[in-house]
Design a protein around this ligand. Structure first.
Ligand code: NAI
Ligand code: A1CAB
Length: 245
C-alpha cells in the first residue's frame, strides 16, 4: 500500500490489526438522511460491519425505514445512538450541530470517536461543544459513497490522531477514496468533491445538450456524455501525478 506523506508503516500495521476490531465495532449515525445512508450503505455493502452493529437516529420516521429494511437498528433518541456506539457519525445539517451536541454531550466519553461530516463546522467548534478530551474526527464525504465511489477527506482533532484516522480510513475504505490530512484540506475538498460532484452532472447535461442541438436523441446523448466522462476520469486517474509531499 502506498505510504502517503502523513502515513507510516505503523499505520499499515495498525490497519491490519483493526480489521477484526472493525467487524465487532458498534457504529452510530445521528441523522438518517442522504449522507448517513450513503456511508452506511457503503460500509454495509462491503460486509465489513454487520447491520446489527449499526444504529441510526432521526427525529421522525421519514428516513428511518430504509435503514431498518437493511437490519440496522433505528431510534428517535440521539442519546441512545451515543450510548450504543463506539463511533458516532454526526450526519445532521450544520446549523443543527450545536443543539444536537448539547443534547448528547452528557453521554459522550473518551472512549467514543465522534465523527462530524457537517460542512463548515470546524474542529475547534466541535471540541468546544463536546466534553474535554473527546476524540473528534472531522470529515468531508460526498454522495457517491452510496455507490462505493466516494471521495472522503478526514482530519483529527486535538485528542485524536493516526490511530483514529487509520481506523476511520479502514472503516470507510469501502465508500471510496479516503485520505487524511490537515483541516484546511477539508474546506478545499468541500468545493472540489463534496459539492463538485454536482458540477459533473451539469457538465454532462451541457455536453448532451450540444449533441441534441445537432440532432442526436436526448437519451443517447446523455448516455454518451456519461460514458465520455467516465472514460475521461478513468484515464485521468491512471495518469494523475503521485501524491505530492
Ligand atoms: N448531501 C451531501 O452531498 C453531503 C452532505 N454533507 C453533510 O452531511 C450532513 C448531512 O447532510 P444530508 O445527509 O445531505 O442531510 P439530510 O437533510 O439528507 O439529512 C439530515 C438528517 O438529519 C435528521 N435530523 C434533523 N434534525 C435532527 C436532530 N435534531 N437529531 C437527529 N437527526 C436530525 C433529519 O431527519 C435527516 O434524517 C450535513 O452536515 C452536510 O453538510 C457532507 C458532504 C456531502
Ligand atoms: O449538503 C451539504 O452540506 C454538502 C456540503 C458539500 C456538498 N454538500
Amino acid at each position: 500500500m502506498m505510504n502517503l506523506p502523513h502515513q507510516t508503516n505503523d499505520s499499515q500495521m495498525i490497519q491490519d490489526d483493526q480489521t477484526e476490531a472493525i467487524s465487532q465495532m458498534k457504529i452510530g449515525f445521528i441523522g438518517a438522511g442522504n449522507m448517513a445512508f450513503g456511508i452506511a450503505q457503503g460500509i454495509l455493502t462491503s460486509g465489513k460491519v454487520s447491520p446489527t452493529n449499526i444504529i441510526v437516529s432521526a427525529p421522525s420516521m421519514n428516513n428511518l425505514p430504509r435503514f431498518q429494511e437493511r437490519g440496522v437498528a433505528i431510534t428517535q433518541v440521539n442519546e441512545e445512538v451515543v450510548e450504543r456506539s463506539a463511533v458516532v457519525f454526526l450526519a445532521i445539517k450544520p446549523h443543527l450541530i450545536q443543539g444536537v451536541l448539547y443534547g448528547i454531550s452528557r453521554c459522550v466519553t473518551q472512549q467514543h470517536i465522534i465523527v462530524s461530516m457537517a460542512a463548515g463546522v470546524t474542529i475547534a467548534t466541535l471540541e468546544e461543544l463536546l466534553p474535554a478530551k473527546t476524540r473528534v474526527i472531522r470529515m468531508m464525504p460526498n454522495l457517491p459513497c452510496v455507490l462505493m465511489e466516494g471521495a472522503l477527506i478526514l482530519t483529527s482533532g486535538s485528542c485524536a490522531g493516526e490511530k483514529e484516522e487509520t481506523l476511520l480510513k479502514n472503516l470507510l475504505s469501502p465508500c471510496g477514496l479516503v485520505e487524511a490530512g490537515p483541516e484546511h484540506w477539508i474546506d478545499a475538498h468541500t468545493g472540489l468533491s463534496g459539492s463538485g460532484v454536482a458540477f459533473v452532472y451539469v457538465f454532462a447535461e451541457a455536453l448532451a445538450e450540444g449533441a441534441v442541438k445537432m440532432g442526436m436523441p436526448g437519451a443517447l446523448a446523455q448516455r454518451i456524455a456519461a460514458q465520455t466522462i467516465l472514460v475521461g476520469s478513468h484515464a485521468h486517474l491512471q495518469y494523475v501525478p503521485e501524491y505530492l509531499n
